[in-house]
Design a protein around this ligand. Structure first.
Ligand code: PLP
Length: 471
């Protein structure tokens, strides 16, 4: 039997840091110099020792409406009192249907159905599974290949990791999913450095999809998944025309196009979804983060009518799975499949959780009432101008801006890639009272959409100090 007596426990003080194995964190360094947060309001965090930290990262691209929104916390509290949990399989709550309708209203026309999950990772994997199942239904079951992009991030599930293109996230996990390929990323510093908004150069990178189609055959390819703006790899706005070209090529070859809008959704680029900014209609959009302003875990996939309807017309595919019918029989059964059968064998215990639905509805009210997406769009030029003033500081080799987001590349230290970025994270937090995100040696600035012009100035001034401090 395990000895649980206090004398052998590693957790012997309330703030013992040993037990918690932190995600995507340099645990050993953190535990030597913890960055512990205790509270948050509007544009600021408060540390356990009472310091006020300006949030230049929206937590983790989540809190678009700023922190501590009482409208959201009150909605969560009311919901917890009224109905704490309801099974999402075979039962429903009105708030889930209302939230799905509100999200569909925000999405481009034709994307009218929402499948809920709890995170961006689950959203990515869900979208890939829907793509595979859809092609089976559509009598194109040979379409099993999934295509992601170098430097893409789609979370940490096996599907998302497989289509993702960040080497450190992949290399420890074996062969991952088979039958996956990757488009090249769209970044070329020589041609794009210090661009505000979408770079002129790089639409042709989409044509690499034709090469992959020629290599594998269109009939083997199920879906292409990309972030409209690659965020986690260090803010890579799409080159002008790139996403349109991807849409043209996918459409020509019957390949589904999935936009992972976990970061770009809910106002980050000045629109409800980047699909709207770029005038490109994908077949599915994944979302998470901003849907609840980070106040409760939630993610989801917005699905195009034609895909959704293929599942709902008649669940003949489930007859096949259950009874082993031949394809022709299935086809005959298509219109008459029994409606008691589950159309998509996929979902999570916490899909459309009542507290997350309450948070989502309150969050969408705030976005609408405070016109935060429009606000972000209006602030974009000022934010870009402010970020570009950092050009010329030591080691700054590129600055990219889009919406209320900027990526600042610092040249790596000679001895280790990512070390200067890590030092910047610490300098910001410990010495400059600021939270920013880093990806390797790239600093990412993504403040809440409520940020004032003065606060943009304050953030940029502090980033300047950080960059000098890690020179
Ligand atoms: N997809 C994108 C584009 C993301 O940026 C992220 C997280 O940053 C994810 C998926 C994964 O989301 P989560 O961490 O909620 O699983």
């Amino acid at each position: 039997m395990l000895d649980k007596s206090p004398s052998t426990s590693t957790v012997n003080v309330p703030n013992d840091l040993a037990a918690h194995w932190m995600p995507f964190t340099a645990n050993r360094a953190f535990k030597k110099a913890p960055r512990l947060l205790a509270g948050a309001k509007d544009m600021h965090y408060f540390t356990v020792d009472g310091r006020k930290i300006i949030d230049a990262a929206s937590g983790m691209w989540c809190t678009n409406a700023g922190h501590g929104r009482t409208q959201i916390s009150a909605a969560i509290a009311r919901q917890a009192e009224a109905l704490d949990y309801a099974p999402p399989f075979q039962f429903g709550i009105p708030q889930a249907f209302e939230l799905a309708s509100r999200i569909a209203d925000l999405a481009p026309a034709g994307l009218d159905h929402v499948f809920f999950c709890n995170s961006g990772s689950e959203a990515a994997d869900t979208s890939l599974k829907i793509a595979l199942a859809y092609h089976q239904l559509n009598s194109q079951g040979t379409r099993t290949r999934l295509i992601g992009r170098e430097r893409g991030y789609h979370g940490v599930g096996f599907g998302g990791t497989s289509v993702g293109g960040i080497v450190n996230n992949r290399k420890m996990y074996g062969s991952l999913l088979t039958g996956v390929d990757h488009l090249p990323h769209t970044y070329d510093r020589d041609k794009q450095a210090f661009t505000k908004g979408e770079p002129e150069y790089g639409a042709h990178f989409a044509e690499e999809l034709e090469r992959l189609v020629n290599l594998h055959g269109a009939s083997t390819i199920a879906a292409v998944i990309v972030e409209p703006m690659a965020g986690s790899t260090g803010v890579l706005p799409p080159p002008k025309g790139y996403l349109k070209k991807l849409r043209e090529i996918t459409q020509k070859h019957g390949i589904l196009l999935i936009f992972d809008e976990v970061i770009t959704g809910y106002g980050r680029l000045g629109y409800a979804f980047a699909a709207e900014r770029y005038g490109v209609l994908p077949d599915m959009i994944t979302f998470a983060k901003g849907i609840t302003n980070g106040a409760a875990p939630m993610g989801g996939v917005i699905v195009r009518d034609t895909i959704h309807d293929a599942f709902m017309t008649g669940p003949d595919h489930m007859v096949e799975l259950t009874h082993g019918y031949t394809y022709d029989t299935i086809h005959d059964a298509f219109m008459t499949g029994p409606d008691h059968m589950v159309e998509l064998t996929h979902g999570y215990t916490y899909s459309a959780h009542p507290l997350a639905c309450a948070a989502g509805l309150a969050t969408l009210d705030i976005y609408r009432d405070e016109k935060l997406f429009e606000r972000a769009l209006g602030l974009e030029p000022k934010f870009a101008d402010a970020a570009m003033t950092l050009k010329g500081l030591p080691n700054v080799v590129d600055i990219r801006t889009i919406g209320l987001t900027a990526g600042i590349d610092l040249s790596p230290r000679a001895d280790a890639v990512g070390k200067r970025g890590f030092e910047a994270l610490n300098s910001a937090f410990h010495d400059n009272d600021m939270m920013l995100r880093v990806a390797g040696d790239t600093l990412a600035l993504t403040p809440p959409l409520i940020v004032s012009e003065d606060q943009i100035g304050e953030i940029i001034e502090k980033v300047g100090k950080v960059i000098r401090a890690v020179a």
